[in-house]
Structures are given as structure tokens and as C-alpha cells.
Design a protein. Structure first.
Length: 218
């Protein structure tokens, strides 16, 4: 939690900074708050994170994306929120280099990932999923899938606000909602290969500036 809570608070601050402090009119902020509550971030910490968006500290924070290659054909998109890009890129270079990978120039992985809106929630009791799918199409839904009792509603990244609002209008509270980068050509690795890649992934996620990491792993 010592790593998770600051990242959750920073995501709230960044959402409030870009779209305003009112979650009713700011869908990304509303989702960031819901995500934080699901991880048991306290109300005081949530309120403080929103207030922080108007302060100097938040003004100094920028959202930056880095790209990298790892062992066995693995690819990484790393999203950071940082007040010091030199520190962030320096830390990531060290992490990649020490774990069989390397940072690459921005834009090289654009064709390997699609940016999508992904809204997740438990399978709603008493609801037909086909009917649910039809109700969400007008809001930008492209695909509805279920895995281990969790529904993933996927749409274009530009449909994030409308899709989130449509899900909530049906009385469903998302357990997670985010703009994700989904691989266009997922790869399968052996168990031994996965251990190497997961070691790199863990090191990246441990960095304080890192908000999210996406890979091309199936």
C-alpha cells in the first residue's frame, strides 16, 4: 500500500487538474476516485488529492509516456506522472538496462498498441449481457467480454466519458475504468521467459513516478 496509495492519489490530482475538481462533471476524476475507494484510500486522502490539483506542486507535474523493449520480444508502454522528467527517464533507463531491456525512441510502438477505453465491473445480477451490450453501443462500446466474473466494456479512447457515464446510468459502479494501451499482436511466452519479463515489469511498477505499464503479453 505504501506504493499504491501515492499512485492513486496522484491519479486523482492529475484528473482534477485536467478536468476540474467536480467529479459529477469530470468523468476521469469520478473514475479515479472510484478506483481509489476500491483500494481503500481514505476520504481525507482523496479530498486532499483533489485540493492538491490547484496547488503549485500539481502545476509542476507532467504526464509523460516512455517506450521500451524487454527480453523475448516483450514491449512496454510506461505512463508516468512526474515533476522531474530527467529523474524519471534516468530511473527507467537503469531499470531496463539491468533487466535485459532498453528504452527506445517515442513513437516506435504506436502501431503495436491501440489506445482504448476499458470499463470493468462484476457481472450484474439479473442482467442479460447481450441486452447490456446493445444498451452501451450508442455510448461507444466496441466489445464486451467476460473473464472470471468480471465484465470488460471496451471502446475507443475518445468514448471514455460517454461509456463510463452510460455504465453508471445503468446502476453499475465500475470497479476499474481507464484508458489502456492494448497490444495489436499479443505474444505468448514460456514460463521461464515470463519470469524474466515479470521481473522487469515489477521493477518498473515499483518506480514512484510510474502510473501505469502496458505490455504486449497475451
Amino acid at each position: 500500500m505504501s506504493k499504491v496509495f501515492p499512485k492513486l492519489a496522484k491519479s486523482i490530482t492529475m484528473a482534477a487538474k485536467s478536468g476540474g475538481p467536480d467529479p459529477e462533471s469530470n468523468a476521469p476524476l469520478r473514475v479515479a476516485i472510484n478506483n481509489a475507494k476500491a483500494q481503500n484510500l481514505s476520504k481525507d486522502n482523496i479530498d486532499n488529492a483533489i485540493k492538491r490539483a490547484a496547488g503549485k506542486d500539481a502545476a509542476d507535474i507532467s504526464e509523460i509516456t516512455y517506450e521500451g523493449k524487454g527480453p523475448h520480444g516483450s514491449l512496454f508502454y510506461v505512463e508516468c506522472a512526474t515533476d522531474n522528467s530527467n529523474r524519471s527517464v534516468g530511473n527507467l533507463k537503469i531499470i531496463f538496462n539491468k533487466n535485459g531491456g532498453q528504452l527506445i525512441n517515442a513513437g516506435q510502438l504506436d502501431f503495436m498498441f491501440n489506445r482504448k477505453s476499458v470499463i470493468e465491473f462484476p457481472v450484474p445480477a439479473g442482467r442479460d449481457l447481450e441486452e447490456l451490450e446493445l444498451e452501451l453501443i450508442d455510448a461507444g462500446l466496441e466489445e464486451l467480454s467476460v473473464d472470471e466474473g468480471i465484465v470488460s466494456a471496451i471502446g475507443e479512447y475518445s468514448a471514455f466519458a460517454s461509456l463510463t457515464t452510460a455504465v453508471e446510468a445503468l446502476g453499475i459502479i465500475p470497479t476499474k475504468a481507464s484508458l489502456q494501451r492494448l497490444p495489436t499482436q499479443p505474444i505468448e511466452l514460456t514460463e521461464e521467459q515470463m519470469e524474466e519479463v515479470e521481473k522487469l515489469l515489477d521493477r518498473i511498477e515499483d518506480d514512484d513516478d510510474v502510473q501505469a505499464v502496458y505490455t504486449n503479453l497475451a
